[in-house]
Structure formats: C-alpha cells, structure tokens
Design a protein around this ligand. Sequence first.
Ligand SMILES: Cc1cc2nc3c(=O)[nH]c(=O)nc-3n(C[C@H](O)[C@H](O)[C@H](O)COP(=O)(O)OP(=O)(O)OC[C@H]3O[C@@H](n4cnc5c(N)ncnc54)[C@H](O)[C@@H]3O)c2cc1C
Ligand code: FES
Ligand code: FES
Length: 1315
Amino acid sequence: MPCASRSDELVFFVNGRKVMERNVDPEGTLLTFLRKNWTLLSKSWLLRLTGTKYACGRGGCGACTVMVSKHDPVSRKIRHFSVTACLMPICSLYGAAVTTVEGVGSIKTRLPPVQERIAKSHGTQCGFCTPGMVMSMYTLLRNHPQPSEEQLMEALGGNLCRCTGYRPILESGRTFCMESNSCQQKGTGKCCLDWGENDSSSLGKKSEICTKLFAKEEFQSLDPTQELIFPPELLRMAENPEKRTLTFYGERVTWISPGTLKDLLELKVKHPKAPLVLGPAMKSQGHFHPVLLSPARISELSMVTKTSDGLTIGAGCSLAQMQDILAERIAELPEEKTQTYRDLLKHLRSLAGQQIRNMASLGGHVISRHCCSDLNPFLAVSNATLNLISAEGTRQIPLNEHFLAGLASADLKPKEILESVHIPHSQKWEFVSAFRQAQCQQNALPHVNAGMRVLLKESTDSIEDLSIACGGVGAATISAHRSCQLLLGRHWNELMLDEACRLLLDEVSLPGSAPGGRVEFKRTLVVSFLSKFYLEFLQELKKLVKLFSVPDSRHHSEVSDQFLSALEDFLVTIPQGVQTYQNVDPHQPLQDPVGRPIMHLSALKHATGEAMFCDDIPMVDKELFMALVTSSRAHAKIISIDVSKALELPEVVDVITAEDIPGTNGAEGDKLLAVDEVNCVGQIISAVVAETDVQAKRATEKIEITYEDLEPVIFTIKDAIKYNSFLCPEKKLEQGNVEEAFEKVDQILEGEVHVGGQKHFYMETQRVLVIPKTEDKELDIYVSTQDPAHVQKTVSSTLNIPINRITCHVKRVGGGFGGKVGKPAVFGAIAAVGAIKTGHPIRLVLDRFMNNGRIKALDIECYINGGCTLDDSELVTEFLILKLENAYKIHNLRFQGRACMTNLPSNMAFRGFGFPQGAQVTESCITAMAAKCGLPPEKIREKNMYKTVDKTIYKQAFNPETLIRCWNECLDKSSFYSRRMHVEEFNKKNYWKKKGIAIIPMKFSVGFAATSYHQAAALVHIYTDGSVLVTHGGNELGQGIHTKMLQVASRELKIPMSCMHISETSTATVPNTIATAASISADVNGRAVQNACQILLKRLEPIIKKHPEGTWEDWIEAAFEQRISLSATGYFRGYKAFMDWEKRVGDPFPYYVYGAACSEVEIDCLTGAHKKIRTDIIMDACCSLNPAIDIGQIEGSFIQGMGLYTTEELKYSPEGVLYSRSPDEYKIPTITDAPEEFNVSLLPSSQTPLTIYSSKGLGESGMFLGSSVFFAIADAVATVDIAEDFMVQSPATPERVRMACADRFTEMVGNCLFS
Ligand SMILES: Cc1cc2nc3c(=O)[nH]c(=O)nc-3n(C[C@H](O)[C@H](O)[C@H](O)COP(=O)(O)OP(=O)(O)OC[C@H]3O[C@@H](n4cnc5c(N)ncnc54)[C@H](O)[C@@H]3O)c2cc1C
Ligand code: FES
Ligand code: FES
C-alpha cells in the first residue's frame, strides 16, 4: 500500500473539483485513478469516472484521452492539452486541472455542441472510442474555437476507431471549422442538393434521393464562455509556486518532485540512477525504478532562448510546445534562416499522435535515443548541441554520432541533466531535410527515417559539408560519417548520387538480425530517401541561384519534369464525400421512423461517457480480480506447475487450474485450461485471483511452469501440409469438368495467393464480471459478447450446474467483428470457476497483449491457418468455399479448402467469415488473367459476371439483376472510364509517382448455412403508463441493432420511439439466442419484434376500434382494466438453409447483398507509401431500415477491409509469439487513411420480399470492397517495372509496394546483398 503517513499531499482538480490525496501510488496512472473507486474511498465523494476508457494501455489508441490544463510559468498562460490518461503518471498532475468526458457535459445537465454533434452526425457506433474522440476535439476547441481542417485532422490523429471508418466523426468536427460551408456534403465541391442532378436516369426520380444524414441547422452553437474555468486556486498556486520538494511514497516506488533546479541537481547526485520522468515513455515501456525524479515544476527546463545564431529550447518542453515555438520563430526570422525549422516543424507533425506530442518531452526524446527516434537524426545533422547542467556547473556536448551511439565519452554523466537543446539557424547554401516511412502515414513508428544536410560552397554546386543520419536501421541512430567525408568536394549531380548510394549502402550495413527485420526494404528506403534529398535540393538550388543572382549557373543539374512528382508529399486532407440513399415515401407518417436516418440509440450516452460497458460496472461487494497465466511455448508437454510462490503473496487469494473445474474442461483438443500439453504460445494454463488487477497480474509472473518441448512445431500452412496437420475434413465444390476445360483453353495461369491474417482489434478488449449469488448456485454474468447463450451454456457445462441458474447480461459491446462469438465463453467459464471456488465475484479484463477474356475453368485449392484448435475454422472453410466464386459465372470450377492445424493461437472468424480472403484470391486470379490476356481487369470482370437468373456452384438459384445495376451505377458514378484515361496520362508524365484505379463487383451471401440459426425471439412489455420495454435476442455491438428494433416496434405499434426502451440483452428474458453475426441479426430479430408487436396490437384492436379518438395511454389503461395481457413473446421461425457437402449442393443462404466499389490511389515508388484518392461504393441495401446506420456499417467495414488489404500485418517471432499485438506494432487504419473522397450510395428502388420491410443486412459485406484499394495499388504497381508478382501477397504494405517497384535503387541493394 502507498505510505500516506509520510507522503505529501497531491493536489489537483478533476472536472472542477479539488482532489487532495496522500494515498497515491506513484506507479499508478491517471486512468486507473479516474476509473477505480477504491482510490477515494476515504473521501466524501467518489471519483469512478468510467467515461475515460481503458483499451490498449500503451498510448496507441486514444480511447483514454482527457484534457489537462496547466499554468505555464514561462508564458504565464493556461495551456490546455490532450493526453492519454493510461500513460500519465498520477503524481505528475500536481497543480493541474483534468477535464474528462463527464466534465464536458452530460445528458442530465448540459449537452455541449461537441458531444451533441458527434452523436447526431452518426460519429459513434459501438461508442468505445467516442469519449476519447470527444476529448481530443474538445481540447482543440478550447484552444481554437474555429479550427482549421488541418488542425482538426492533427487533433484526431492519435485516436483510433475500429467501427466508423472516421468519415462521420470528421464530419461532426468539420461543423466547427472555419472552412466548413453550410452543407455537410460538399464532397465533390457541389452542395448536397445539387449532387446527383445528372444521375436521375440511373437513380430514379430526383426527389426520392437524399444525401442528408443529419440536420446541421439544429445544432446549438459553440459558446466558449460556458466551459469550466481554470481553478483560481491552481492559478494562485502557480503564481506562488511551492519551492519545497514533494515526495510521494508507494509500495515499491518513490516519486520525488523538487521545486527548484538546485534541489533537482542535488537529488541527481543522491540518486544518480533515478530517471527523470517528464513524458509517457516510462509508463509505456513498463520499466521499474525504485526512485523517480520529476522535474515538472522546474521552470528553467521550459525556457526558450532566441540567440543570433539559433534557438535554444528547454529540455522540459513537450514536442507540441516545440511545434509552437518553431512556428513562432519561423514567422519572425527571414526565410533563409528558417529552412531547418520549417522542415523540423513538418516532420514533427507526423511523429506519433497529438496526445503523445503533448506529453513527450524534448529532453526525454533526445536522451532515450530510441532507435526509431524521428528527431535525433534530424537534430544530429542540423548540428544541434546539448546544454548540460549538474551541481558542478554547465557544459555543452554535440548531438552527434558518438552521443547517439551512447559512447561514455560523449554522453551525460550520471549526475548531469539535459537543460536545453540548441538548434542553429540554417545558413545560406545549406539545406536540411527529414524523411520517414511507416506502415501508415500517422501515429506509427517509422520503419526507417533519416535526417540529411548539405552545404555547398558559395555560388557553386560543390559539396562543402554533408551529414546523413538514419534511424530504424540498427540499435541506435546511425550516422553515415565516412560516406559523407568521401563525398566532400563532389558536384551535386547524378554521378555523385550514384556514388553516394553505394557508399551509404556499404556504411549502413544492417545485419540480418536488425530489429524489425525487413533488411532489404530498409536498405532500399535509405537510398530512396537519399535520391529524394538529391532531387529536393536540386529544386531548392534553382531558387537559391535566382535568389542570390548566381552569374554562371549552367553547370547546375536540373530536375526533369517527370521526376518532379518525387518531391510532392502525400498531404493529409480531410475526407470529403457524399452519402446517397432513397428517401422514405412522402406519405409515410412522420411518427414512423423506419427508413429514416435515426441517430444510434446510445449515441448521446457514448458521447458523454454515460454509456456503461462491462468494465464500467461499479465494483461489487467482495469483488476480486483474475489474471491469466499463459503458455510461453508453442508445442510442449507441461511437466509441472508450481503455484506456491504466487500463493505466498499476501494479496493473492487463489490460483485456478484445470483440477478446479467441477464439470467439463472445454472440448477434447480445445481445453479451457491446459492439461499436460500446450499447443500454442498464449494458451491459457491457469488463473490467479487477487485483490486488485495489478496484484493479480504481478502474481502471474510468480507461477513456475516447467515444459518439455515437443516436435513438430508448425507455424505455416506449408509446414501444416507437409505434416498433414489439419483441423477438419476437406470441403469441396465442383461444377463442369475442370480437367477437360483446361485441356482446351488458350492460356493457363498457375500461381499462389497469400492473404494475411487480421486481428479483430475491437477497442474494448474481452472482459467479464461473474457474480455468484448466495442461493441455489445462481450466477449473474456481465459479459462483452456476441453470443450470451453460448457463454451461458459453456459456464453451465464447466460448473456442472443447469443452464437455468445462469443469467448472462449484455448491455453493449465495444466492438466484436466476429472476435466475441466464441472466446467470451472461455473467459466467462474460467472466471466462473474462480467465482465458485473463492465464493467471490470475479472480474476479468484482458490486456491487448495477448484472349477473349472469358475464363473457361478455375481450380482453386485453399488452405487457412486455423491455429491450434478448431474454433470456427471448419465454418470459415465452408463459407470460404461457398463464397469463393464471388460474382462470377465460370462453367468449370473446382474449389477445395482445408483448415491447417498449426502451433499458433487459434484463429477465429472475422467479419465476413472468410469471404474477404477467399474473394481476394478470385479477384487476384482475374487480375492476373487480365495481365496475361493484355486486357483491362474490369473487362474480364464484366465478361465473366453473372448476368441473368442462374445457379451458383452449389446450385442455389438467384437473380443477379441488382449486381449488374450496382456495377453499372458504380462505373457511371465514379466516371470510371474517363478517370482511367487520366490515370494513364498521369502515369506517362510521372516517373516516381504512379496512379492506379480498380473496380470490383460483389455478391455477398447473408446468414448461416443452417436452418436452426435462422430463428429469433423477442419479448415486448407495455406498462400501464404506456411506456414499452423491448427485449430481443440480438446484442448491441455498435451496429445499431437496438435502434433498428425500436424503429420496427415504433412502426408496428404506431407510437414514437421515445415511448420505448431497450435495457439489455439477457438470457433470462429471451432464452436460447443465436450469436449476433452473419449480417442477419437485425433481420431475424426484427421479425420477432414485429411479431410480438403485432400480437399486442391485435389484442388492443377491439379497444382502439371502440375508442378511435383515444390516446395510446387511454387504450393501455383500458386494456389493463379489461385484463388484457400487455406482454407478448414474438418469434420468427426463419429461413430454411442447408448444405449437403457430400452431394455438394444446397440452399445455404437466404439472400445475397450485391455491391461494387471503385478506388483510385497514388503510390510513391520510392517509399512504397500510397494515398487513397477516391472511393465510390454502390450497395444494394434494398429498403434500408436506417440509412445512417447502414451507410455507417458500409463505411466502417470498408475501412476495416482496407486495413486488411494494406496495413494490418500479423508478425510472429520464430518461437510463435505474436509481435504485432498492440497499436504500436499492429496498424489499423487511422483517421488519415480514409480516402480523400469517399462516396457511398445505397442502390434505390430495389426490393426483396424475404426480409423485414424489404431491408438487407449490411454488417459484413463492405469489408471485401476494401480490396478495391488493393487492386488499385496493384494497378499502379503494374505500370512500373515489377520486381515481383505483386498480386500474390496481401496486404500491400509500403514494404511490398516499394520492393515490387524495381528501379536502380532496388537493383543496387540486390547487388550489394549478393556481392
Ligand atoms: C505511444 C507512443 C508513440 C510514439 N511514437 C513515436 C514516433 O512515432 N516517433 C518518435 O520519434 N517517437 C515516438 N515516441 C517516443 C516519444 O517521442 C518520446 O521519445 C518518448 O516518449 C520519450 O520522451 P519522454 O518525455 O516520454 O521521456 P521520459 O520518460 O521523460 O524520459 C526518458 C528518458 O530520458 C531521461 N531524461 C528525460 N529528460 C531528461 C533530462 N532533461 N535530462 C537528462 N535525462 C533526461 C530520463 O531519465 C529517461 O531515462 C512515441 C512514444 C509513445 C509512448
Ligand atoms: S488506452 Fe490509453 S491510449 Fe489506448
Ligand atoms: S465507434 Fe469507434 S471504436 Fe467503435
């Protein structure tokens, strides 16, 4: 426990209320402090502000963003800045004011514009990221009430959202921007009312088409005077700062915060090993130090000095402050002195997200010498110096290669600290530039970065001085000193560039074991950066020659026009676009919400943080925490498990192993807790139960497990085939005669296509709270799941108690995407064993660290890497094979699929259930076929598409009319053919940048291939005051199912949605539910709700007929008086669906969703980066129940698919440990990855008799359309001399794009590798 008796009092404010705390633990963060109520039990009010969410805990996702306000002693102004609370040491908040989402506003009191607008603009789906988004936007508005669009993008760059695809979030932010005009749909430069004016032929009547998803004119205006003021008490404290050293003692760590520089230097003498903590690094790296020194109160470290030759910036300044300082200095100085500062400022904008730039200090950044540091290479080549200070005095050292290499002679002494960094002005004839290439443009550590500087002899082109430093190419930033020396005196021309590249490749040698691997790519980037630098400076020279009127400049080289494109950066711009849908019939009653863009039911609660997720449930009496112990081996025998050391810890209550399970321990080959053998790294072996989560996690490290490694260890599909290691029998479909057809065709193409795996990356990690009741072995389980009935069943069999004693509750789920169908049952069951064994409620929250172009025959053999247990792999294989044909009619077809068993963690299903991966293979075949036939891919697609009523490979009949309409509409709306010509023109003119365009059709089957899955039930109660409570079997994952269900109930009962409520999904109210998955849940549950409402209305009919003038309340009162039941169960006995795998025929799917997407991209051949220029999607939703929600689903899933095909890459260590777990290593799309222009249209005038109100389920289909970006990249790459067959591998990461674009630099690297 922290030592309150000796500690000083930590004083800060939260949402305008003073916190005085002696009992703080210096190891704690602001996030735990806000979320946990136990921290303030001694006070009269509880904090428990759960609006701030815990997701990654590593500063990478922004879900925990809050605003911190501090008085800046230097400028004497209040500074408001966003931070990630998960990395903010609680003790660093002395004298600060914290504003959380609850402090901004609430539904109960005041709903400020920032919260209102994100909700009403449909900027929330699951809502887990929303409080963080709100706080980033709120902080921006506190500083800039009318921000620019650029500032908005910058402010949100550190916040991830896995659901929305960002467009609606930005849309809400843009309503505050000064550039924003009155129309929120200005995508193409036209007003929404004008859009589509030329499209009436294809879209039906103009009046039926709508592009407005929210009413901006209803928004209240922003009034900055309404915001919380900086507490006067803190202002007084800042004006008379406490000079005394403050000390906070924890159980293991002491935090010391001196008030003066002198005291800090003395403390550094006393504790030479203690680190200085200013920014987030210490928390993010999780290093342990018994003493921490906080220089936050030392104003000398925040000083900025402007000298005649440069700028000296205090080491305590944050990187964001540094941006402001540089901007100010650039405005003051003549242009020729600021070139260094301008480029540094530009470079800083791409470093991490806004919150990290607000927290990370210049000193911490420089001193930590991270191998991927973005600033150190730049500062090193800019001749920056470090001003050091100690109790003995001051001295300067250069920030050079020796310092970066950590040589003792060039480093700080243990008692010294860095006071400031001096960055010189740029000189005449000097040029500095910085480069970086990361997996995505923002919020990503770079693969490689570089700083480069050249100084020419006055008025010549000969090199007087040259420096190059690179990061990401070794354990530290590397300086290419030798190469630079050898190039002195050389002329700035192509010959020099060639020589420089060879020298650089020789000096920056990068061993195969370099951190992060990717050796060839990194080496290629180094020389590519150099060539960019060469061109940039040539261009600059042109200006200098003019500026300084150089008399004879003929010998200076010039950049040829076709190379100029290499100099253009991919600018981050706010996405624009139009969303089009069919308006409801003008005669539809106003009260009837079906078909209208109704806001998500929980949107306002998401925006205010009032929406409760599983881990937001307050601590219950005697609650304990559970942490899991997992295998560190991929395939091994468990020799022994020694739990004694963990049990010795006083706060540990128990350790749970397989022996404690009273009932069934999972299934054979898929145990809940491992027995005897483990089959992958991360497999659960046991669980520790302790008083707090931190204690439980620490205790897991005390459990000693002895293993004996087993052979074989299989990680890849190739090895699985070699060892004949499969999880289930092969699935096969066939039509025509493939062998015979292949004998007759003109061209045969053979090859392999690899599609990478994808993490669900739901923002809310898996979590469960199990509460054992005192009577009859009853258990209440609060769980974040897509399938509560499965959790209920699994807990029942694990505990060996009947299902009727277990109630599972799901209020809402912070994202699922298929990842919360099966696994929550495992966690629920293990937690339940803990709860039964200890008799205590158990909370378990997981960390994130776990020739004519017709195709005559097609034969595809698919293997999926299923991991170590079956999980959903058999189903995924079946769906993959069933959906593989996508939209094409190919007469001779053979599809075979197998799920490989490997020693990797079990792979579950993801949104789309194998379709996005399978159809990618089919589309790759088609694209390759097009290349072979010398035809455009869209022609091959069109030629082979289903055109008339037909049967699929499994003989299910369908009508593809709307598929063709979507395709034609997409060609038309995207102006595909004229843009294809522009792309070709562009590519002719530009050498280093290439554009590509692709259009993809889609036939997506909805539902499960089994009849029993197509059923649903609902329970509707009408209370005596007329209010209605609806319950149904679907779970709210963010997809808006509850909103849609109330729309259905509202139409059926003919009363407004405001009279209705949905509380939760519970196994006690609607039993035997089906997983919320396969895009079918709104449909089947909607039918059940409809049925219940119709039963109720029928019962009310005689009363209504008798008193037609009465109100709803009157009729309900009368019904009650007449003893008419006001409660009804609705049931939908759904579609018949079957698949006979023996006969290879079936009717597995109720219906299909059709769509098409066209994407255009531009690639940078030198770095492999790409920019998404435009995407147009046409989707056949039939009569959408709610266009705002459906368009949100399409956009969100498209962006998720785009991530699958471009940036999301699973990387395993040779031992089978997943490297890419956290947002640091695994890159889901960020706000800057959305296409610059993003148009989505729902196909009008389409009907289906099968579904509720003729609406189609759109939860998953958009994923695959993300592949249009992949094929557009492939199209661009195809215009270059391709080094490798690009299509064979997805995702199209910068590495793959760069290495596919063969040029002189890749050749140089290749030659060096083999020389
Ligand atoms: C989520 C995340 C994303 C990031 N992304 C990027 C990125 O894309 N690019 C990039 O370049 N960096 C990135 N960083 C790193 C970041 O820029 C900083 O380099 C890092 O946080 C260290 O700065 P700090 O203020 O947190 O250091 P601190 O934790 O305060 O200190 C780090 C070390 O420096 C020492 N130190 C600090 N100040 C002084 C001083 N005045 N005198 C002597 N020693 C001192 C401390 O003793 C400690 O050993 C990221 C960091 C995080 C957490
Ligand atoms: S939880 Fe803090 S940034 Fe992800
Ligand atoms: S709404 Fe953003 S993560 Fe779900």
